[in-house]
Design a protein around this ligand. Sequence first.
Ligand code: FEO
Length: 164
Amino acid sequence: MIGQQVTDALNLQMNREFFNARLYLAMAAYFESLSLEGAAHWMQLQSEEETGHAMRIYDHLRERGARIRLTGVEAPPVEWESPLAAFEAAYEHECKVTGEFDEHVALATAEKDNATLIFLQWFVTEQVEEEASVDSVVQKLRMAKESPGALFAIDRMLGQRGAE
Ligand code: FEO
């Protein structure tokens, strides 16, 4: 039996993850507009991962017999100042998501919902990886500064990201 507070928190997070998917798809479209196809590919895969996160939560709620509630999803931004600004925004966003999961862990602990606690462990680990992978791109873009050659090299590298 899953409690109402945990159900509400997980429904909220599921809808946030659908927003995350749209945010990264919007970034993919931004990179397409700059002809940075590697970065667009990276962001498109990130968007697909976020949909996967939402569906993990959907499945957990379903398996626990909870009522699943899809809500409206706010529109993501369309433009960023630069490729670096987009990846910096992605990094800040992932740090925020990490904080959201920390709150869910605290709630599940307080509610003694061990099934949800175990379920959330996957996300806690995933967030470490998500922050690290975005930060690594931010650091490379900062080093590239205004060099088009370095930017195209980074774009080529981002284009090699495989689906996880
Ligand atoms: Fe599902 Fe990148 O947080």
